[in-house]
Design a protein around this ligand. Structure first.
Ligand SMILES: [Zn+2]
Length: 207
């Protein structure tokens, strides 16, 4: 049986930062564009696909909160969607892939770090780690790994809320750097967008 694929969009339009220094690339919008293309590509291959949270704007209730509370509510919303799908289809039948862009600094400047990386939670299951390793090996084959590659390390670990709380195998992909000029040029090209979609399709198919 093919796995149920739950795709995660990144952030909200109102999330501070999260864009290229020149403002050409915004993570919330880019992630949603990739998720939409990837959803079509996966459906064409026969997968059942869900998206954790698609709106770019905070809902009315979130808007009334402080920013920190709004973010907590947004993340809780995403996890509630993921885990309700896990309950419906079975944890081992689902995977969750949250799609983001990396940043080397939060200072609004360009940086040198480039390339793809993937995160799992520190307490991640073997299935999550296997999925993450497949993303890294696929990115290496596609020459998307950039200059941060640590040969012995197949993935990074971070205690990210959505990874910690999702019941099913879960990874967060950081699709190149939104504060590196070369990465931004590539990400905004049709070739770059297709490469990000293809990377996800190939890693999911390998899993
Ligand atoms: Zn992000």
């Amino acid at each position: 049986m093919k796995h149920i694929i739950i795709l995660g969009t990144a952030h909200l339009r109102t999330t501070p930062g999260k864009c290229s220094p020149d403002g050409r690339l915004r993570e919330y919008a880019y992630s949603r564009e990739i998720v939409t293309s990837l959803e079509s590509a996966l459906k064409a291959l026969g997968y059942t696909v869900f998206v954790d949270y698609r709106p770019a704007e905070p809902d009315a209730q979130m808007k009334a909160d402080t920013w920190r509370k709004m973010q907590n509510r947004e993340l809780a919303c995403r996890v509630a969607v993921v885990n309700s799908i896990c309950k419906r289809y079975g944890v081992e039948n689902c995977i969750y892939v949250s799609i983001h862009l990396n940043a080397a600094g939060a200072d609004g400047k360009w940086h040198r770090a480039r390339g793809f990386s993937v995160y799992v939670s520190p307490d991640a299951s073997n299935s999550s780690r296997r999925l993450a390793s497949l993303f890294t090996s696929t990115a290496k084959r596609m020459n998307l790994i950039g200059n941060r590659c640590v040969p012995s390390q197949n993935y990074w670990t971070a205690s990210l809320y959505v990874l910690r709380r999702a019941f099913c195998p879960a990874v967060l992909t950081e699709n190149l750097f939104q504060d590196n000029r070369e990465d931004v040029d590539f990400l905004l090209s049709e070739e770059g967008k297709q490469a990000v979609v293809d990377l996800h399709v190939k890693a999911i198919e390998a899993y």
